[in-house]
Design a protein around this ligand. Structure first.
Ligand SMILES: [Ca+2]
Length: 143
């Protein structure tokens, strides 16, 4: 029988490797679905239209992608927003691959990050304090 030629522990090794492969392949999908559902609930009652949400998400991404950060653009985009608005924008933003070293999107070496995480990495402590002046709900997000 073929089974006799394969040591017992190999089966567990293959099983473990298969399990890790499945996690690796579906991790991104799980994270995206989880983020979508979470922000769906948290954004109920947003006063923004879908077009406003899309534009703000794009503008925030443009302000953060590449080396450096356009802080003033971030302040401008988030002025007057509520926490529900922010979660709606965060849902539109989704998860983007962030390269923390260069502070930009990198689909090969980056790590899937939410809008909250992108902002947290891109802004220093003074800028975060200023953001909290403009949009106080950021204090609740741990900024
Ligand atoms: Ca950047």
């Amino acid at each position: 029988m073929a089974n006799k030629s394969i040591p017992f522990y190999y089966k567990w090794l293959f099983l473990a490797l298969g399990f890790l492969l499945v996690i690796f392949l579906f991790k991104s999908l799980f994270l995206r679905v989880f983020h979508f559902i979470r922000t769906l609930f948290l954004s109920v009652g947003t006063g923004l239209t879908s077009e406003q949400i899309r534009v703000k998400s794009d503008e925030l991404f443009q302000a953060m992608d590449g080396s450096g950060t356009d802080e003033n653009k971030i302040y401008q985009v988030l002025t007057g927003t509520t926490k529900k608005d922010f979660y709606a924008i965060s849902q539109e933003f989704g998860l983007k691959d962030y390269d923390r070293y260069f502070g930009r999107e990198d689909i090969i070496f980056g790590t899937k990050r939410t809008l909250e995480q992108w902002l947290s990495f891109e802004l220093n402590e003074n800028e975060k304090a200023q953001l909290k002046q403009i949009a106080p709900y950021f204090a609740e997000l741990g900024f």
